[in-house]
Design a binder for this molecule. Structure first.
Ligand code: PMV
Length: 346
């Protein structure tokens, strides 16, 4: 008989959208890479539920019976928000204190897995928070996997991904599911929201390492992913759909370019994607300036994830030249491999 775990440690990666953020919410495809920055979650069996975040230097503890009531409350808030197409009340739960995102993740996971016991979680993440790198999704995926291992539930990657999507809904309103899928499966994926979602590894199409990209971080976004998705949704439908469709078309083109390693076309696609994202209102002056400087040296750059600040993906045929320009602008690249392994036991 398999020996039951007393404690487990798992990790799950952050992600970067090569292209397709925001448009993916409306059913267009996205190309997303898991990145070499991970969220580590250690879990131990316990009667109560305790969450400790090393990153925020904070702890949260509550009795197991609170789980059901908490889930009831957030479900009611989500349903009401969905009806009114305004998620502000729901967002205030995670916005006011980021450790509450972990509370949502653990409470949803405990209920979906029909657990009867609590857990003590210790979270340590390398993924910058609120930077467009899917820190929340990685936390959800790692938490669910940790609980599944701890209580011998042996959930499949698909099941873990489905529960992580439920968690993302409470944090972001109407997420696409792309972030949690990239974190779960890892590598480079083609993601299309649907019934069911289309999640395809691009290992065959892109067997080489993505070496000409550099990630840098701008100021933190003052708005959450959910708020930025809501902002795009509030735009005039015709105006929004034109840009969403344009990014969708660019995503199909990028897949072809990734297969053929077409540097010039890749550059055009990334710059065009940024133009559309800026028109959707999710760029900021700091990002616009970086993008303009990178374009001047014949490269390309775009914001990543929800925007409003956060990470910028930069691309150039000559990486050394790109690094020098970014350094002159005062930025240090984020050292992170693209296309790494998904959720795993440590
Ligand atoms: O900023 P992040 O890492 O949460 O990414 C959000 C990506 C969006 O396309 C804007 C939203 C989504 O659910 O796909």
């Amino acid at each position: 008989m398999k020996k039951s775990n007393v404690s487990v440690k798992v990790s799950s990666p952050g992600k970067v959208h090569l292209i397709g953020e925001h448009s993916v919410v409306y059913g267009e495809p996205a190309i997303i890479a898991a990145i070499g920055k991970r969220c580590y979650v250690e879990a131990e069996k316990d009667d109560a539920v305790t969450i400790t975040s090393q990153n925020f230097g904070k702890s949260l503890s509550f009795v197991f019976d609170e789980v059901k009531a908490f889930n009831g409350k957030i479900t009611e808030l989500w349903n009401e928000a969905y009806k009114n197409q305004n998620f502000s009340n729901l967002f205030s739960i995670t916005r006011n204190d980021p450790i509450n995102y972990a509370k949502v993740a653990v409470c949803i996971a405990l209920e979906k897995m029909k657990m009867r016991g609590g857990v003590s979680l210790n979270i340590n993440s390398e993924i910058p928070f609120g930077a467009g790198l899917g820190s929340g999704a990685a936390l959800a995926v790692a938490t669910i996997k940790a609980l599944s291992e701890l209580y011998d539930k042996n959930l499949s990657t698909e099941k873990i991904n489905n529960i992580a999507f439920e968690v993302e809904k409470f944090a972001h309103g109407t997420p696409s599911g792309g972030d949690n899928s990239a974190s779960c499966y890892g590598g480079l994926i083609w993601f299309e929201k649907g019934n069911p979602n289309k999640i395809k590894s691009l290992k065959k199409e892109v067997p080489y390492e993505l070496n000409n990209f550099v990630l840098i971080e701008t100021k933190k976004s003052g708005r959450t992913t959910g708020e930025l998705v809501q902002l795009v949704r509030s735009l005039k439908e015709d105006y929004r759909n034109k840009r969403i469709k344009a990014i969708g078309k660019l995503t199909y083109e990028m897949l072809e370019v990734l297969k053929n390693k077409g540097f010039i076309k890749m550059k055009e696609i990334i710059n065009e994607a940024q133009k559309n994202l800026a028109e959707l209102g999710v760029s900021i002056p700091e990002i616009d300036e970086i993008c303009s400087s990178v374009r001047k040296i014949d490269g390309a750059a775009k914001l990543c994830g929800a925007g409003g600040g956060g990470v910028v993906l930069c691309y150039h045929k000559n990486k050394a030249k790109l690094m020098e320009t970014l350094k002159d602008l005062g930025y240090r690249p984020i050292e992170a491999e693209l296309g790494v392994e998904g959720v795993r036991i440590e």
